[in-house]
Design a protein around this ligand. Structure first.
Ligand code: AHR
Length: 625
Protein backbone atom coordinates (compact mmCIF):
# COMPACT_ATOMS: atom_id res chain seq x y z
CA UNK A 1 0.00 0.00 0.00
CA UNK A 2 1.11 3.58 -0.61
CA UNK A 3 0.23 6.28 1.88
CA UNK A 4 0.47 9.84 0.57
CA UNK A 5 0.36 12.67 3.08
CA UNK A 6 -0.22 16.22 1.89
CA UNK A 7 1.83 18.20 4.39
CA UNK A 8 1.11 21.58 2.79
CA UNK A 9 -2.67 21.64 3.06
CA UNK A 10 -4.47 22.22 6.30
CA UNK A 11 -6.54 19.45 7.86
CA UNK A 12 -8.82 19.36 10.87
CA UNK A 13 -7.96 20.22 14.44
CA UNK A 14 -7.83 17.03 16.52
CA UNK A 15 -9.80 17.17 19.74
CA UNK A 16 -7.44 17.24 22.72
CA UNK A 17 -9.93 15.13 24.68
CA UNK A 18 -10.32 12.31 22.19
CA UNK A 19 -9.51 9.36 24.43
CA UNK A 20 -11.02 8.93 27.86
CA UNK A 21 -12.25 6.30 30.27
CA UNK A 22 -15.76 5.06 30.96
CA UNK A 23 -16.25 3.34 34.29
CA UNK A 24 -19.29 1.32 35.34
CA UNK A 25 -19.77 -1.05 38.27
CA UNK A 26 -20.24 -4.09 36.02
CA UNK A 27 -18.13 -7.28 36.12
CA UNK A 28 -17.30 -6.47 39.80
CA UNK A 29 -15.57 -3.29 38.66
CA UNK A 30 -16.19 -1.31 41.88
CA UNK A 31 -17.29 -3.70 44.65
CA UNK A 32 -14.84 -6.58 44.34
CA UNK A 33 -12.81 -4.59 41.84
CA UNK A 34 -10.96 -1.35 42.31
CA UNK A 35 -12.53 -0.70 45.71
CA UNK A 36 -9.93 -1.73 48.28
CA UNK A 37 -12.73 -3.11 50.48
CA UNK A 38 -12.41 -6.89 50.79
CA UNK A 39 -15.46 -7.76 52.89
CA UNK A 40 -18.70 -8.45 51.07
CA UNK A 41 -21.84 -7.29 52.89
CA UNK A 42 -19.84 -5.74 55.73
CA UNK A 43 -22.87 -3.56 56.54
CA UNK A 44 -25.13 -6.66 56.68
CA UNK A 45 -27.73 -4.69 54.67
CA UNK A 46 -28.01 -7.03 51.67
CA UNK A 47 -31.62 -8.17 51.92
CA UNK A 48 -30.68 -11.85 51.55
CA UNK A 49 -29.96 -12.54 55.18
CA UNK A 50 -26.23 -12.35 55.96
CA UNK A 51 -25.16 -12.99 52.37
CA UNK A 52 -21.41 -13.58 52.32
CA UNK A 53 -21.20 -14.70 55.96
CA UNK A 54 -21.02 -18.34 57.10
CA UNK A 55 -20.74 -19.89 60.53
CA UNK A 56 -17.43 -21.53 61.46
CA UNK A 57 -16.29 -23.51 64.52
CA UNK A 58 -18.51 -24.76 67.28
CA UNK A 59 -20.80 -23.48 69.99
CA UNK A 60 -21.85 -20.17 68.42
CA UNK A 61 -25.20 -19.09 67.11
CA UNK A 62 -25.20 -16.56 64.25
CA UNK A 63 -28.12 -14.34 63.30
CA UNK A 64 -29.00 -11.06 61.61
CA UNK A 65 -30.63 -8.61 63.99
CA UNK A 66 -32.10 -5.10 63.82
CA UNK A 67 -32.56 -4.61 67.55
CA UNK A 68 -31.08 -1.10 68.15
CA UNK A 69 -28.73 -0.91 65.16
CA UNK A 70 -26.18 1.83 64.61
CA UNK A 71 -28.19 4.17 62.35
CA UNK A 72 -31.58 4.10 60.72
CA UNK A 73 -29.85 4.00 57.31
CA UNK A 74 -27.94 0.94 58.46
CA UNK A 75 -30.26 -1.03 60.74
CA UNK A 76 -29.07 -4.64 60.35
CA UNK A 77 -26.13 -6.13 62.24
CA UNK A 78 -24.63 -9.51 62.97
CA UNK A 79 -25.23 -11.13 66.38
CA UNK A 80 -22.99 -13.91 67.71
CA UNK A 81 -24.09 -15.72 70.87
CA UNK A 82 -22.35 -18.51 72.72
CA UNK A 83 -23.16 -20.28 75.99
CA UNK A 84 -20.10 -22.49 75.94
CA UNK A 85 -16.73 -21.01 76.87
CA UNK A 86 -14.88 -24.23 75.98
CA UNK A 87 -15.59 -23.75 72.24
CA UNK A 88 -14.33 -21.25 69.68
CA UNK A 89 -16.72 -20.35 66.93
CA UNK A 90 -17.87 -17.42 64.90
CA UNK A 91 -18.26 -16.31 61.30
CA UNK A 92 -16.27 -16.24 58.10
CA UNK A 93 -16.43 -13.85 55.15
CA UNK A 94 -15.03 -14.96 51.80
CA UNK A 95 -15.07 -11.55 50.22
CA UNK A 96 -15.82 -11.04 46.54
CA UNK A 97 -14.88 -14.45 45.15
CA UNK A 98 -12.20 -14.77 47.84
CA UNK A 99 -10.11 -12.20 49.66
CA UNK A 100 -6.82 -11.29 47.97
CA UNK A 101 -3.89 -10.82 50.36
CA UNK A 102 -0.32 -9.81 49.56
CA UNK A 103 2.40 -11.09 51.86
CA UNK A 104 3.85 -8.35 54.08
CA UNK A 105 1.21 -5.75 53.17
CA UNK A 106 -0.70 -4.22 56.09
CA UNK A 107 -4.49 -4.60 56.15
CA UNK A 108 -6.69 -2.46 58.35
CA UNK A 109 -9.59 -4.30 59.97
CA UNK A 110 -12.36 -2.06 61.32
CA UNK A 111 -15.81 -2.74 62.70
CA UNK A 112 -18.42 -1.45 65.09
CA UNK A 113 -19.02 -3.82 67.99
CA UNK A 114 -20.78 -4.17 71.32
CA UNK A 115 -21.57 -6.80 73.90
CA UNK A 116 -23.79 -6.76 76.97
CA UNK A 117 -23.49 -4.32 79.89
CA UNK A 118 -20.52 -5.20 82.06
CA UNK A 119 -19.26 -7.94 79.74
CA UNK A 120 -15.84 -8.22 78.09
CA UNK A 121 -15.56 -10.77 75.30
CA UNK A 122 -12.31 -11.50 73.45
CA UNK A 123 -12.82 -11.44 69.66
CA UNK A 124 -10.22 -13.13 67.48
CA UNK A 125 -9.74 -11.58 64.02
CA UNK A 126 -7.99 -13.92 61.62
CA UNK A 127 -6.91 -13.98 58.01
CA UNK A 128 -7.03 -17.58 56.83
CA UNK A 129 -5.50 -18.89 53.61
CA UNK A 130 -7.13 -21.10 51.01
CA UNK A 131 -5.39 -24.08 52.65
CA UNK A 132 -6.82 -23.14 56.10
CA UNK A 133 -3.47 -21.88 57.34
CA UNK A 134 -3.73 -18.84 59.65
CA UNK A 135 -1.89 -16.00 57.85
CA UNK A 136 -2.43 -13.29 60.47
CA UNK A 137 -4.26 -13.00 63.78
CA UNK A 138 -5.08 -10.29 66.35
CA UNK A 139 -7.38 -10.27 69.33
CA UNK A 140 -9.38 -7.41 70.79
CA UNK A 141 -11.82 -7.12 73.66
CA UNK A 142 -15.45 -6.15 73.07
CA UNK A 143 -16.69 -4.30 76.15
CA UNK A 144 -20.08 -2.99 77.22
CA UNK A 145 -23.39 -2.48 75.48
CA UNK A 146 -22.66 0.73 73.53
CA UNK A 147 -21.49 0.51 69.92
CA UNK A 148 -17.73 1.17 69.77
CA UNK A 149 -15.25 1.23 66.89
CA UNK A 150 -12.52 -1.38 66.73
CA UNK A 151 -9.42 -1.23 64.58
CA UNK A 152 -6.67 -3.81 64.15
CA UNK A 153 -3.75 -4.08 61.75
CA UNK A 154 -3.03 -7.47 60.17
CA UNK A 155 -0.01 -8.43 58.07
CA UNK A 156 -0.38 -11.78 56.27
CA UNK A 157 2.61 -14.10 56.20
CA UNK A 158 1.78 -15.34 52.70
CA UNK A 159 0.19 -14.12 49.49
CA UNK A 160 -3.20 -15.72 48.85
CA UNK A 161 -5.86 -15.02 46.21
CA UNK A 162 -8.61 -16.88 47.98
CA UNK A 163 -8.28 -16.11 51.67
CA UNK A 164 -11.06 -15.43 54.16
CA UNK A 165 -11.66 -13.30 57.22
CA UNK A 166 -12.73 -15.06 60.42
CA UNK A 167 -14.23 -13.42 63.50
CA UNK A 168 -14.27 -15.82 66.46
CA UNK A 169 -15.59 -15.58 70.01
CA UNK A 170 -13.30 -16.89 72.74
CA UNK A 171 -15.78 -16.78 75.58
CA UNK A 172 -19.45 -17.27 76.18
CA UNK A 173 -21.74 -14.27 75.87
CA UNK A 174 -22.92 -12.00 73.07
CA UNK A 175 -21.14 -9.94 70.43
CA UNK A 176 -22.86 -7.63 67.94
CA UNK A 177 -20.89 -6.60 64.87
CA UNK A 178 -21.56 -4.16 62.04
CA UNK A 179 -19.69 -2.20 59.35
CA UNK A 180 -17.01 -4.84 59.15
CA UNK A 181 -14.21 -3.80 56.81
CA UNK A 182 -10.83 -5.06 55.68
CA UNK A 183 -8.76 -2.84 53.39
CA UNK A 184 -5.13 -2.69 52.44
CA UNK A 185 -3.36 0.42 53.71
CA UNK A 186 -1.43 0.52 50.45
CA UNK A 187 -4.14 2.19 48.36
CA UNK A 188 -3.88 4.53 45.38
CA UNK A 189 -2.46 7.82 46.72
CA UNK A 190 -2.86 6.40 50.22
CA UNK A 191 -6.55 7.41 50.50
CA UNK A 192 -7.92 5.53 53.52
CA UNK A 193 -10.55 2.95 52.46
CA UNK A 194 -9.47 3.91 48.95
CA UNK A 195 -8.85 2.18 45.63
CA UNK A 196 -6.63 -0.68 44.46
CA UNK A 197 -3.34 0.74 43.29
CA UNK A 198 -2.64 -1.62 40.40
CA UNK A 199 -6.01 -1.05 38.74
CA UNK A 200 -5.96 2.72 39.10
CA UNK A 201 -2.40 2.78 37.78
CA UNK A 202 -3.61 1.09 34.58
CA UNK A 203 -6.20 3.85 34.22
CA UNK A 204 -3.74 6.62 34.99
CA UNK A 205 -1.32 5.18 32.42
CA UNK A 206 -3.96 5.74 29.76
CA UNK A 207 -3.68 9.50 30.41
CA UNK A 208 -7.43 9.72 29.90
CA UNK A 209 -8.84 13.12 28.98
CA UNK A 210 -12.09 12.47 30.84
CA UNK A 211 -13.65 10.00 33.25
CA UNK A 212 -17.28 9.04 32.57
CA UNK A 213 -19.16 7.48 35.51
CA UNK A 214 -21.07 5.70 37.09
CA UNK A 215 -22.61 3.97 34.03
CA UNK A 216 -23.99 2.61 31.85
CA UNK A 217 -27.18 0.79 32.62
CA UNK A 218 -26.63 1.12 36.37
CA UNK A 219 -27.51 4.81 36.05
CA UNK A 220 -30.95 3.72 34.89
CA UNK A 221 -31.51 0.65 37.09
CA UNK A 222 -33.70 -2.28 36.12
CA UNK A 223 -36.54 -0.36 37.81
CA UNK A 224 -36.58 3.26 38.88
CA UNK A 225 -36.24 2.34 42.55
CA UNK A 226 -32.88 0.78 41.66
CA UNK A 227 -31.58 3.73 39.66
CA UNK A 228 -28.30 5.34 40.67
CA UNK A 229 -29.04 8.15 43.12
CA UNK A 230 -25.82 10.05 43.74
CA UNK A 231 -26.99 11.65 46.99
CA UNK A 232 -27.18 8.29 48.76
CA UNK A 233 -23.58 7.49 47.73
CA UNK A 234 -21.80 10.35 49.50
CA UNK A 235 -20.99 11.18 53.13
CA UNK A 236 -20.21 8.71 55.92
CA UNK A 237 -20.21 5.13 54.68
CA UNK A 238 -22.76 3.97 57.25
CA UNK A 239 -25.26 6.36 55.65
CA UNK A 240 -24.85 5.14 52.08
CA UNK A 241 -27.82 3.06 51.04
CA UNK A 242 -26.98 -0.20 49.31
CA UNK A 243 -29.06 -1.36 46.32
CA UNK A 244 -29.11 -4.38 44.06
CA UNK A 245 -26.85 -4.00 41.03
CA UNK A 246 -28.49 -3.78 37.60
CA UNK A 247 -26.09 -6.54 36.52
CA UNK A 248 -27.49 -8.90 39.15
CA UNK A 249 -30.14 -9.82 36.63
CA UNK A 250 -31.28 -12.43 34.20
CA UNK A 251 -30.38 -9.94 31.47
CA UNK A 252 -26.70 -10.40 32.19
CA UNK A 253 -24.60 -13.27 31.02
CA UNK A 254 -23.54 -15.15 34.11
CA UNK A 255 -25.70 -13.04 36.44
CA UNK A 256 -24.15 -12.66 39.86
CA UNK A 257 -26.79 -13.19 42.56
CA UNK A 258 -24.47 -11.61 45.11
CA UNK A 259 -23.98 -8.41 43.10
CA UNK A 260 -25.06 -5.35 45.10
CA UNK A 261 -23.82 -1.78 45.09
CA UNK A 262 -22.47 -0.94 48.52
CA UNK A 263 -21.42 2.54 47.35
CA UNK A 264 -18.14 2.16 49.17
CA UNK A 265 -17.03 3.94 46.04
CA UNK A 266 -19.55 6.73 45.52
CA UNK A 267 -19.74 10.05 43.71
CA UNK A 268 -17.18 11.81 45.90
CA UNK A 269 -14.66 9.03 45.25
CA UNK A 270 -15.38 9.15 41.50
CA UNK A 271 -14.74 12.91 41.37
CA UNK A 272 -11.59 12.43 43.43
CA UNK A 273 -10.37 9.65 41.15
CA UNK A 274 -10.95 11.78 38.05
CA UNK A 275 -8.90 14.53 39.66
CA UNK A 276 -6.16 12.11 40.73
CA UNK A 277 -5.66 10.78 37.21
CA UNK A 278 -5.92 14.20 35.56
CA UNK A 279 -9.22 13.49 33.78
CA UNK A 280 -12.29 15.72 33.41
CA UNK A 281 -15.17 14.35 35.46
CA UNK A 282 -18.22 13.37 33.38
CA UNK A 283 -21.08 12.16 35.58
CA UNK A 284 -24.21 10.73 33.98
CA UNK A 285 -27.54 11.30 35.68
CA UNK A 286 -30.81 9.43 35.45
CA UNK A 287 -33.28 11.33 33.25
CA UNK A 288 -36.45 9.76 34.65
CA UNK A 289 -36.17 6.47 32.80
CA UNK A 290 -35.30 2.96 33.96
CA UNK A 291 -33.28 0.72 31.68
CA UNK A 292 -35.18 0.15 28.44
CA UNK A 293 -33.68 -3.33 28.20
CA UNK A 294 -35.40 -4.05 31.55
CA UNK A 295 -38.65 -2.50 32.77
CA UNK A 296 -38.35 0.75 30.79
CA UNK A 297 -40.26 2.39 33.65
CA UNK A 298 -40.86 6.12 33.11
CA UNK A 299 -41.26 9.04 35.47
CA UNK A 300 -44.34 10.99 34.34
CA UNK A 301 -43.32 14.28 32.78
CA UNK A 302 -45.06 16.33 35.44
CA UNK A 303 -43.07 14.51 38.14
CA UNK A 304 -39.59 15.08 36.75
CA UNK A 305 -38.78 18.02 38.96
CA UNK A 306 -36.90 16.07 41.71
CA UNK A 307 -34.75 14.42 39.03
CA UNK A 308 -33.85 17.80 37.55
CA UNK A 309 -33.18 19.11 41.04
CA UNK A 310 -30.77 16.19 41.61
CA UNK A 311 -28.84 17.36 38.54
CA UNK A 312 -28.74 20.96 39.80
CA UNK A 313 -27.60 19.80 43.22
CA UNK A 314 -24.92 17.65 41.63
CA UNK A 315 -23.48 20.67 39.86
CA UNK A 316 -23.48 22.47 43.22
CA UNK A 317 -21.82 19.46 44.89
CA UNK A 318 -19.06 19.53 42.27
CA UNK A 319 -18.60 23.25 41.71
CA UNK A 320 -20.47 25.19 44.41
CA UNK A 321 -18.83 27.28 47.13
CA UNK A 322 -18.30 25.68 50.53
CA UNK A 323 -21.02 27.99 51.85
CA UNK A 324 -23.63 26.33 49.62
CA UNK A 325 -25.50 23.26 50.87
CA UNK A 326 -23.95 20.72 48.52
CA UNK A 327 -20.58 22.49 48.19
CA UNK A 328 -20.49 22.28 52.00
CA UNK A 329 -21.04 18.50 51.82
CA UNK A 330 -18.10 18.22 49.44
CA UNK A 331 -15.94 20.28 51.80
CA UNK A 332 -17.01 18.13 54.75
CA UNK A 333 -15.69 15.12 52.87
CA UNK A 334 -12.29 16.77 52.62
CA UNK A 335 -12.43 18.65 49.30
CA UNK A 336 -13.22 22.36 49.75
CA UNK A 337 -11.90 23.17 46.25
CA UNK A 338 -14.39 22.64 43.42
CA UNK A 339 -14.10 19.62 41.14
CA UNK A 340 -14.66 21.84 38.05
CA UNK A 341 -17.48 19.91 36.48
CA UNK A 342 -17.91 20.95 32.84
CA UNK A 343 -19.59 17.92 31.25
CA UNK A 344 -22.84 16.26 32.31
CA UNK A 345 -24.67 13.37 30.63
CA UNK A 346 -28.48 13.44 30.73
CA UNK A 347 -29.51 9.78 30.59
CA UNK A 348 -27.33 6.88 29.57
CA UNK A 349 -28.35 4.98 26.47
CA UNK A 350 -31.95 6.03 26.04
CA UNK A 351 -34.00 6.06 22.90
CA UNK A 352 -37.42 6.97 21.55
CA UNK A 353 -39.68 10.00 21.97
CA UNK A 354 -39.93 9.31 25.70
CA UNK A 355 -36.26 10.21 26.01
CA UNK A 356 -36.32 13.38 23.99
CA UNK A 357 -39.28 14.85 25.82
CA UNK A 358 -37.43 14.26 29.10
CA UNK A 359 -34.11 15.54 27.80
CA UNK A 360 -35.81 18.74 26.63
CA UNK A 361 -37.08 19.43 30.14
CA UNK A 362 -33.67 18.86 31.73
CA UNK A 363 -31.96 21.01 29.09
CA UNK A 364 -34.34 23.94 29.51
CA UNK A 365 -33.48 24.24 33.20
CA UNK A 366 -29.82 23.24 33.13
CA UNK A 367 -28.85 25.41 30.16
CA UNK A 368 -30.49 28.45 31.74
CA UNK A 369 -28.96 27.93 35.18
CA UNK A 370 -25.59 26.48 34.17
CA UNK A 371 -24.48 27.52 30.69
CA UNK A 372 -20.92 26.64 31.75
CA UNK A 373 -21.84 22.92 31.84
CA UNK A 374 -22.07 21.15 28.47
CA UNK A 375 -24.87 18.61 28.28
CA UNK A 376 -24.38 15.24 26.66
CA UNK A 377 -27.37 13.62 25.02
CA UNK A 378 -27.66 10.14 23.53
CA UNK A 379 -28.70 8.47 20.29
CA UNK A 380 -29.42 5.06 21.87
CA UNK A 381 -27.69 1.73 21.39
CA UNK A 382 -26.21 -0.06 18.43
CA UNK A 383 -26.97 -2.47 16.76
CA UNK A 384 -30.12 -0.64 15.95
CA UNK A 385 -29.20 1.65 13.12
CA UNK A 386 -32.76 2.75 12.83
CA UNK A 387 -32.58 4.24 16.31
CA UNK A 388 -29.64 6.38 15.30
CA UNK A 389 -31.52 7.43 12.18
CA UNK A 390 -34.54 8.34 14.27
CA UNK A 391 -32.52 10.17 16.91
CA UNK A 392 -30.16 12.35 14.92
CA UNK A 393 -32.69 14.71 13.27
CA UNK A 394 -34.24 15.33 16.69
CA UNK A 395 -30.86 15.85 18.33
CA UNK A 396 -30.01 18.45 15.66
CA UNK A 397 -33.33 20.18 16.15
CA UNK A 398 -32.78 20.22 19.92
CA UNK A 399 -29.34 21.75 19.27
CA UNK A 400 -27.75 19.43 21.79
CA UNK A 401 -24.04 20.18 22.18
CA UNK A 402 -22.78 16.57 22.21
CA UNK A 403 -24.35 13.21 21.26
CA UNK A 404 -23.21 10.02 22.94
CA UNK A 405 -23.20 7.08 20.47
CA UNK A 406 -22.74 3.48 21.66
CA UNK A 407 -21.46 0.83 19.25
CA UNK A 408 -20.71 -2.78 20.11
CA UNK A 409 -20.12 -4.69 16.90
CA UNK A 410 -17.90 -7.13 15.03
CA UNK A 411 -14.31 -6.38 13.99
CA UNK A 412 -15.60 -6.17 10.41
CA UNK A 413 -17.98 -3.42 11.40
CA UNK A 414 -15.26 -1.41 13.09
CA UNK A 415 -12.94 -1.69 10.10
CA UNK A 416 -15.67 -0.65 7.73
CA UNK A 417 -16.78 2.19 9.98
CA UNK A 418 -13.33 3.78 9.97
CA UNK A 419 -14.98 6.14 7.50
CA UNK A 420 -18.12 6.56 9.62
CA UNK A 421 -17.61 10.24 10.42
CA UNK A 422 -16.11 11.40 7.14
CA UNK A 423 -19.45 12.73 5.97
CA UNK A 424 -21.17 13.64 9.26
CA UNK A 425 -22.88 16.99 9.31
CA UNK A 426 -20.33 19.53 10.64
CA UNK A 427 -22.96 22.08 11.61
CA UNK A 428 -24.79 19.83 14.08
CA UNK A 429 -23.88 18.42 17.48
CA UNK A 430 -20.47 16.99 18.21
CA UNK A 431 -20.09 13.26 18.70
CA UNK A 432 -18.98 11.39 21.77
CA UNK A 433 -18.34 7.73 20.90
CA UNK A 434 -19.06 7.00 24.54
CA UNK A 435 -19.11 3.19 24.50
CA UNK A 436 -17.61 0.93 21.90
CA UNK A 437 -15.82 -2.40 21.68
CA UNK A 438 -15.25 -4.92 18.98
CA UNK A 439 -16.95 -8.25 19.76
CA UNK A 440 -14.98 -11.27 18.56
CA UNK A 441 -18.03 -13.55 18.40
CA UNK A 442 -21.29 -11.85 19.23
CA UNK A 443 -22.61 -9.01 21.35
CA UNK A 444 -21.88 -9.85 25.01
CA UNK A 445 -21.31 -13.48 24.11
CA UNK A 446 -19.54 -15.43 26.83
CA UNK A 447 -17.36 -16.71 24.01
CA UNK A 448 -16.00 -13.26 23.21
CA UNK A 449 -12.26 -12.87 23.58
CA UNK A 450 -9.97 -9.85 23.50
CA UNK A 451 -8.38 -10.85 20.22
CA UNK A 452 -5.65 -9.00 18.39
CA UNK A 453 -8.09 -8.71 15.50
CA UNK A 454 -10.54 -6.82 17.75
CA UNK A 455 -7.76 -4.50 18.90
CA UNK A 456 -6.69 -3.83 15.29
CA UNK A 457 -10.28 -3.20 14.22
CA UNK A 458 -10.65 -0.67 17.05
CA UNK A 459 -7.40 0.96 15.95
CA UNK A 460 -8.75 1.26 12.40
CA UNK A 461 -11.91 2.83 13.80
CA UNK A 462 -9.89 5.24 15.95
CA UNK A 463 -8.01 6.47 12.87
CA UNK A 464 -11.40 7.60 11.59
CA UNK A 465 -12.22 9.22 14.91
CA UNK A 466 -8.92 11.04 14.93
CA UNK A 467 -9.25 12.08 11.28
CA UNK A 468 -12.64 13.56 12.13
CA UNK A 469 -11.52 15.16 15.37
CA UNK A 470 -13.34 18.35 14.40
CA UNK A 471 -16.69 16.57 14.88
CA UNK A 472 -15.82 13.63 17.12
CA UNK A 473 -14.87 15.20 20.39
CA UNK A 474 -14.39 12.22 22.69
CA UNK A 475 -14.38 8.42 22.76
CA UNK A 476 -14.21 5.62 25.33
CA UNK A 477 -13.98 1.84 25.20
CA UNK A 478 -16.51 -0.19 27.22
CA UNK A 479 -16.76 -1.96 29.53
CA UNK A 480 -13.59 -0.94 31.27
CA UNK A 481 -12.76 -3.90 33.49
CA UNK A 482 -13.81 -7.37 34.50
CA UNK A 483 -13.05 -9.77 37.34
CA UNK A 484 -11.87 -13.04 35.80
CA UNK A 485 -14.30 -15.02 37.95
CA UNK A 486 -17.16 -12.58 38.19
CA UNK A 487 -17.86 -10.94 34.87
CA UNK A 488 -21.29 -10.46 33.32
CA UNK A 489 -20.08 -9.03 30.02
CA UNK A 490 -17.08 -9.50 27.81
CA UNK A 491 -14.77 -8.42 26.25
CA UNK A 492 -13.40 -5.82 28.67
CA UNK A 493 -10.46 -3.47 28.36
CA UNK A 494 -8.77 -4.64 31.57
CA UNK A 495 -8.94 -7.90 33.45
CA UNK A 496 -8.11 -8.61 37.04
CA UNK A 497 -8.36 -11.19 39.81
CA UNK A 498 -7.98 -10.66 43.53
CA UNK A 499 -4.25 -10.02 43.26
CA UNK A 500 -3.29 -8.93 39.77
CA UNK A 501 -4.47 -7.02 36.73
CA UNK A 502 -3.49 -6.55 33.12
CA UNK A 503 -4.49 -4.75 29.96
CA UNK A 504 -5.96 -6.55 26.94
CA UNK A 505 -4.66 -5.91 23.39
CA UNK A 506 -7.46 -3.34 23.09
CA UNK A 507 -5.93 -1.50 26.06
CA UNK A 508 -2.71 -1.07 24.11
CA UNK A 509 -4.69 0.33 21.17
CA UNK A 510 -6.10 2.91 23.58
CA UNK A 511 -2.62 3.76 24.88
CA UNK A 512 -1.28 4.27 21.37
CA UNK A 513 -3.98 6.77 20.48
CA UNK A 514 -4.05 8.49 23.83
CA UNK A 515 -0.29 8.91 24.06
CA UNK A 516 0.25 9.98 20.48
CA UNK A 517 -2.55 12.42 19.93
CA UNK A 518 -1.74 14.95 17.24
CA UNK A 519 -3.18 18.46 17.08
CA UNK A 520 -4.05 18.58 13.39
CA UNK A 521 -4.70 16.12 10.60
CA UNK A 522 -3.26 16.38 7.08
CA UNK A 523 -5.09 15.14 3.99
CA UNK A 524 -3.99 11.57 3.42
CA UNK A 525 -4.57 9.07 0.61
CA UNK A 526 -4.04 5.34 0.74
CA UNK A 527 -3.73 3.32 -2.44
CA UNK A 528 -3.55 -0.43 -2.44
CA UNK A 529 -3.40 -2.50 -5.60
CA UNK A 530 -3.54 -5.85 -3.81
CA UNK A 531 -6.65 -7.93 -4.52
CA UNK A 532 -9.30 -7.61 -1.86
CA UNK A 533 -9.88 -10.63 0.29
CA UNK A 534 -13.46 -11.77 0.46
CA UNK A 535 -13.42 -12.81 4.12
CA UNK A 536 -11.51 -12.06 7.25
CA UNK A 537 -12.05 -8.42 8.01
CA UNK A 538 -14.21 -7.30 5.18
CA UNK A 539 -17.89 -6.97 4.84
CA UNK A 540 -19.77 -5.07 2.23
CA UNK A 541 -23.31 -3.90 2.06
CA UNK A 542 -25.05 -5.26 -0.96
CA UNK A 543 -28.29 -6.54 -2.33
CA UNK A 544 -30.31 -9.14 -0.47
CA UNK A 545 -30.09 -12.44 -2.22
CA UNK A 546 -32.08 -14.69 0.02
CA UNK A 547 -33.93 -14.25 3.21
CA UNK A 548 -35.31 -16.77 5.63
CA UNK A 549 -37.46 -16.17 8.65
CA UNK A 550 -37.64 -18.37 11.70
CA UNK A 551 -40.34 -17.45 14.13
CA UNK A 552 -40.37 -17.72 17.90
CA UNK A 553 -36.90 -19.00 18.32
CA UNK A 554 -35.84 -19.48 21.87
CA UNK A 555 -32.12 -19.18 22.35
CA UNK A 556 -31.14 -21.99 24.54
CA UNK A 557 -27.48 -22.56 24.74
CA UNK A 558 -24.30 -20.88 23.79
CA UNK A 559 -22.76 -21.60 20.44
CA UNK A 560 -25.92 -23.18 19.15
CA UNK A 561 -26.06 -23.35 15.38
CA UNK A 562 -29.36 -21.93 14.34
CA UNK A 563 -29.01 -21.67 10.64
CA UNK A 564 -27.03 -23.14 7.83
CA UNK A 565 -26.98 -21.73 4.34
CA UNK A 566 -25.66 -24.16 1.78
CA UNK A 567 -23.82 -23.05 -1.29
CA UNK A 568 -22.80 -19.66 -0.10
CA UNK A 569 -19.99 -18.36 -2.25
CA UNK A 570 -16.97 -16.32 -1.37
CA UNK A 571 -18.71 -13.05 -2.22
CA UNK A 572 -21.52 -13.53 0.21
CA UNK A 573 -21.89 -12.80 3.88
CA UNK A 574 -24.55 -13.73 6.32
CA UNK A 575 -26.38 -11.30 8.56
CA UNK A 576 -28.72 -12.15 11.38
CA UNK A 577 -31.47 -10.01 12.80
CA UNK A 578 -33.82 -10.44 15.70
CA UNK A 579 -37.10 -8.65 15.10
CA UNK A 580 -36.13 -5.27 13.77
CA UNK A 581 -32.68 -5.36 15.37
CA UNK A 582 -29.69 -6.42 13.36
CA UNK A 583 -27.38 -8.43 15.52
CA UNK A 584 -23.67 -8.13 15.19
CA UNK A 585 -22.70 -10.02 12.04
CA UNK A 586 -22.12 -13.57 13.20
CA UNK A 587 -18.98 -15.44 12.49
CA UNK A 588 -19.26 -17.19 9.20
CA UNK A 589 -17.53 -20.50 9.54
CA UNK A 590 -15.96 -21.20 6.19
CA UNK A 591 -12.61 -22.88 6.62
CA UNK A 592 -14.13 -25.86 8.32
CA UNK A 593 -16.57 -26.23 5.45
CA UNK A 594 -14.64 -26.31 2.20
CA UNK A 595 -17.80 -27.38 0.40
CA UNK A 596 -18.99 -23.88 1.18
CA UNK A 597 -21.79 -23.25 3.56
CA UNK A 598 -22.14 -20.56 6.16
CA UNK A 599 -23.23 -21.03 9.72
CA UNK A 600 -24.73 -18.41 11.94
CA UNK A 601 -23.58 -18.66 15.52
CA UNK A 602 -25.92 -16.82 17.82
CA UNK A 603 -24.07 -17.56 21.03
CA UNK A 604 -26.45 -17.50 23.94
CA UNK A 605 -28.03 -14.24 23.00
CA UNK A 606 -31.01 -14.20 25.32
CA UNK A 607 -32.81 -10.93 25.11
CA UNK A 608 -36.09 -12.20 23.83
CA UNK A 609 -38.03 -14.64 21.86
CA UNK A 610 -38.94 -13.26 18.50
CA UNK A 611 -38.57 -13.45 14.80
CA UNK A 612 -35.15 -14.31 13.57
CA UNK A 613 -34.29 -13.02 10.14
CA UNK A 614 -31.37 -14.35 8.21
CA UNK A 615 -30.12 -12.81 5.06
CA UNK A 616 -27.35 -13.67 2.71
CA UNK A 617 -25.91 -10.54 1.18
CA UNK A 618 -23.54 -10.16 -1.70
CA UNK A 619 -20.41 -8.16 -1.17
CA UNK A 620 -20.32 -5.15 -3.42
CA UNK A 621 -16.59 -4.77 -3.33
CA UNK A 622 -16.60 -1.85 -0.90
CA UNK A 623 -15.16 -3.98 1.87
CA UNK A 624 -11.73 -2.74 2.85
CA UNK A 625 -8.57 -4.77 2.95
O1 AHR B 1 -20.98 -1.35 28.79
C1 AHR B 1 -21.99 -2.24 29.08
C2 AHR B 1 -23.38 -1.68 28.81
O2 AHR B 1 -23.56 -1.45 27.46
C3 AHR B 1 -23.66 -0.34 29.44
O3 AHR B 1 -24.09 -0.47 30.74
C4 AHR B 1 -24.75 0.20 28.58
O4 AHR B 1 -24.71 1.61 28.48
C5 AHR B 1 -24.56 -0.48 27.25
O5 AHR B 1 -25.73 -1.10 26.84
Amino acid sequence: ATVTVDCESAGHEISPQLVGVFFEDINFGADGGFSAEQVINGSMEIPKSLLGWTRVGEGVEVQASTDAGIKSANPTFLRLTSDDSSQTGGVENNGYRGIGLHQGETYRFTAQARSTAGAEIPLVVRLVGDDDQVLAEQTCAIRGSAWQPIELMLTPSKTDANASLQLLMRNKGLVDLDLVSLCTTDTWKGHPHGLRKDLVQLLADMKPAFFRFPGGCIVEGSELKYRYQWKSTIGPRDERRLIVNRWNTEFAHRPAPDYYQSFDVGFFEYFQLAEDIGAEPMPIINCGMACQFNSGELVPLDQLEPYIQDALDLIEFANGPVTSEWGGRRAAMGHPEPFNLRLLGVGNEQWGPEYFERYRRFATVLEARHPEVELISTSGPFPAGERFDYAWPILRELKVPIVDEHCYASPDWFMREATRYDNYDRSGPKVFMGEYASQSVQLVSPLNRNTLRCALAEAAFLTGIERNGDIVDMSAYAPLMGHEQAWQWRPNLLWFDNLESYGSPSYYTQLLFSHHLGDQTRPTEVSDSRPRQPFGGKIGVGSVDASVEYRNIKYESQGKVLFEQPEIDANEVLQVGLGSRWLVAPEVVRQSNPSGYARAMIGDYQWAEGTLTLEVRKLDGRGGP
